[in-house]
Design a protein around this ligand. Structure first.
Ligand code: GDP
Length: 474
């Protein structure tokens, strides 16, 4: 690699090292000082950069205002299982497809774009469920502008409804409530509205600000109204991006296709992506060979908020990986190699200090001057959860506060863990355990889950973190 960068032959570098008494193979890693010595010996000028400079300029946020133009909104549908997320996504898509090519084959690439009756384009993330939503956020990717919260009118607010609210709120994304299955004889939309109040979601008809609509995904009732509300909310958000800059985006889905190699669905967020662009995504890079839209058609370019399948990656990036266009292959290689190294270092460091552990939070409080302790609290019964929340609230002072981003009844789920991970929160279980998958996920991401069966002990520990008195070895 060093020889390459200097446009020298590998054997010459090895020979030089041997002359200086160092035996090395061409694949060996040498330290920076040795590399500098060799480079200078061969007549090259060395400029040392720090490791983190490697990514400098990527995801640079300095957009030129005059280049900003409106972009479509990106919507994720969330809600409890069986409340109709998939049906709604399908209904919206079909209603749109039917206008053009009835019975047309629809590709599932992880996201699709439609044109709403009013003319506004809307992009839907087609991987329902908050696991995907938060997994992306945990990787630093913010793709969703608006969350449509689906609640079945015959079932009401359920645990995953509450989770979805917590996820949307933690990500600071506005919610539109879609009360679904309104066609059912036992539909009770009023009950849904009042139940939502308990989660501080106040819909418009109850005097609040949250947009709402009664729909039926299977009977196609009020889908256009839902799209109108999305357009309205998007207008309020005043979504803009610069289409003229080099493209940036996020991987929504990626897979290895037998014939075509790695295929990644990328949601372009800024700039415009075109064939021939050199891109990096996570620790993979490539030259864009072709772009396919959500109909499976080849497309010459993808502008902000457009999802496209990208062919040309050298390996499969991961969902949530951020993608950026860079100026050269050498730069792409440099960045991906740096990221590989970082990944390894991180994995090694993980063993030392668990993220989301009390000790970690303490050090954050001290060093970053953090003023809030985010918590996810799960308990065995509503009564005990409420008691915990009330007691924690009393601990809050002007300087530091325990902020419960999600509380609920039941075991600790994968969703709780991803939410905590994305928000840098601590997970607390009161008289409940973590599900097996949740435990594995926590272990994998180095997140600490703390269990209690006495409220006093729980509160005491949180108090200790708040006052900065807790010994890291607790
Ligand atoms: P998801 O788990 O949230 O994706 O829910 P699905 O979209 O799979 O829907 C679960 C079930 O509810 C399916 O049997 C759907 O046919 C049914 N369903 C969805 N929307 C409606 C609706 O508006 N009315 C009625 N009656 N059934 C619905």
């Amino acid at each position: 690699e060093l020889a390459n960068r200097m446009s020298e032959r590998g054997v010459d570098v090895i020979k030089l090292m041997m002359k200086q008494g160092q035996m090395a193979k061409i694949t060996d890693v040498i330290d920076a000082d040795t590399a500098q010595l060799i480079a200078e010996e061969l007549g090259h000028t060395v400029k040392r950069v720090s490791e983190s400079d490697v990514e400098e300029g990527l995801f640079d946020t300095s957009d030129v205002d005059e280049n900003l133009s409106p972009r479509p909104s990106v919507v994720t549908i969330m809600g409890h299982v069986d409340h109709g997320k998939t049906s709604l996504l399908d209904a919206i898509r079909h209603a749109n497809v039917v206008s053009g090519e009835a019975g047309g084959i629809t590709q599932h690439i992880g996201a699709y774009q439609i044109v709403a009756p009013g003319g506004a384009k809307v992009t839907f993330i087609d991987t329902p469920g908050h696991a995907a939503f938060t997994a992306m956020r945990a990787r630093g990717a913010k793709v969703t502008d608006i969350v449509v919260l689906v609640v079945a009118a015959d079932d009401g607010v359920m645990p995953q409804t509450a989770e979805a609210i917590a996820h949307a709120r933690a990500a600071n994304v506005p919610i539109i409530v879609a009360i679904n299955k309104i066609d059912k004889p036992d539909a009770k939309p009023e009950r849904v509205r009042s139940e939502l109040l308990q989660y501080e979601v106040q819909v418009e008809s109850l005097g609040g600000e949250t947009l709402e609509v009664e729909v039926s995904a299977t009977k196609n009732i009020n889908l256009d109204k839902l799209l109108d509300l999305i357009a309205l909310q998007a207008e309020l958000l005043d979504l803009k991006a610069d289409p003229t800059r080099p493209a940036e985006g996020t991987v929504i889905e990626a897979r290895l296709d037998k014939g075509r190699g790695p295929v990644a669905t990328v949601l372009v967020q800024r700039g415009t992506l075109r064939p021939g662009d050199i891109i990096v995504g996570g620790s993979q890079w490539g030259r864009v060979r072709a772009l396919l839209d959500d109909q499976g058609e080849v497309t010459p370019e993808a502008s902000p908020s457009t999802p496209v399948e990208v062919l040309g990656f050298s390996g499969s990036p991961e969902a949530g990986d951020r993608v950026a266009v860079v100026e050269s292959e050498a730069r792409a290689r440099e960045i991906t190699e740096y990221r590989e190294r970082q990944k390894r270092d991180k994995a090694a460091a993980r063993g030392n200090l668990a993220r989301g552990s009390l000790a970690d939070m303490m050090s954050q409080l001290k060093t970053a001057g953090r003023k809030e302790i985010p918590l996810v609290v799960k308990g065995d019964v509503q009564g005990s959860v409420e008691a915990i929340l009330a007691t924690l609230e009393k601990l809050n002072t002007e300087e530091v506060a325990a902020r419960v981003i999600h509380a609920g009844v039941g075991g600790i789920t994968e969703s709780d863990v991803t939410l905590a991970e994305a928000s840098g929160a601590m997970v607390i279980g009161f008289n409940v355990r973590a599900h097996k998958e949740a435990r594995a996920l926590a272990e994998q991401s180095g997140l600490e889950i703390r269990y209690y069966n006495i409220i006093y002990n729980l509160v005491d520990d949180v108090k200790a973190v708040m006052s900065g008195m807790l010994s890291p070895t607790l």
